[in-house]
Design a protein around this ligand. Structure first.
Ligand code: R5P
Length: 300
């Protein structure tokens, strides 16, 4: 029979080492539950505090857009370099191997196609139990601030937040910019802040050349920068660099990666910028070297 008192003498309780009680590494996320913080840590690298997300959800309203004709051919080889893949459940189930290890951010809403004049008429369409079944880290919901369906899309966001909060899934609020809306800091501050106030734990928004730091500063949760239309590779790297220097917690880019001349080289160069704060010119040299080598070696 073990002697409890003598066993105690053999144990080491490390009385000289205070228990750790460190703040979580992402802003605005300290009060979140363990599961949400764990999911944030799958998207955002705890060492750099930032993420390179690859958005390939365009088909939900655009169909097989350029570069996404064959997800299995064009996107699966890129996926190891993405901290998170942002996509629809249809493409996830049909095209992405279940051995994919990084985070999944699932498009949770949709409705109008590119054929409609007004793209803002989105409805929440993803059941939370299906998102859990797919092991998603987050749901992505688009809000159209100032659009015809502003209230409806904000309501989509709050419903997703309510559902996500029940099970520890994150909600990524995506600020859409309609044709009639100016993509300036004043508008983006408004849209991002509304997403965060409504409970989104991450916000995705566009870069603006002036005062982008006021957009990130006034958003109390991490902001990731959307890519937008295809730019020359160096310009896209500069935009990503400027965004992270001005407070973005990373990027969630699509066309500027998968429409690049060498997509794997591009996402690897972006990782240098986002995670290592490599100067964009140097990252572009890295891109060109990889592109010229024409061998796209898997390495992080
Ligand atoms: C936003 O509207 C959607 O998530 C897009 O499909 C995605 O963000 C577009 O990415 P990018 O503008 O970088 O191609």
């Amino acid at each position: 029979m073990p002697d409890a008192d003598s066993a105690k003498e053999l144990k080491d309780y490390h009385f000289d080492i205070p228990a750790k009680n460190e703040p979580f590494f992402l802003k605005g996320s300290n009060a979140l539950d363990w599961g949400m913080q764990n999911r944030l840590s799958r998207i955002f690298n705890p060492q750099s505090g930032r993420a390179v997300m690859l958005a390939v959800d365009h088909g939900y309203f655009q169909g097989p857009t350029t570069g996404l004709e064959r997800i299995d051919v064009n996107i699966v080889p890129l996926s190891p370099y993405a901290d998170a893949l942002m996509l629809t459940r249809g493409v996830l189930r049909s095209c992405i191997p279940s051995t994919f290890k990084n985070a999944i951010v699932l498009r949770g809403d949709g409705g109008p196609s590119i054929l409609k004049e007004d793209l803002s008429n989105h409805e929440l369409g993803l059941a939370i139990d299906d998102a859990i079944r797919l092991n998603a880290a987050a749901l992505a919901i688009q809000v159209f601030i100032g659009g015809d369906h502003e209230t409806q899309t904000v309501h989509n966001l709050t419903r997703a937040v309510n559902l996500g909060n029940q099970y520890g899934l994150l909600t990524l609020g995506v600020t859409a910019v309609g044709k009639a809306l100016t993509r300036d800091a004043k508008y983006l501050r408004l849209a991002c802040r509304i997403c965060a106030e409504m409970g989104a734990q991450i916000v995705k928004t566009y870069y603006c050349a002036e005062d982008f730091e006021t957009v990130t500063a006034s958003c109390p949760v991490p902001v990731v920068m959307a890519g937008g239309k295809k730019l020359p590779e160096l310009d896209a790297l500069k935009m990503a660099y400027n965004a992270v220097i001005q407070g973005a917690a990373g990027v969630d880019m699509g066309r500027n990666i998968f429409q690049a001349e060498a997509p794997i080289a591009m996402i690897r160069a972006l990782r240098k910028v986002v995670h290592e704060l490599m100067a964009p010119e140097q990252a572009y040299d890295f891109y060109q070297t990889l592109r010229n080598e024409k061998k796209e070696v898997v390495a992080r």
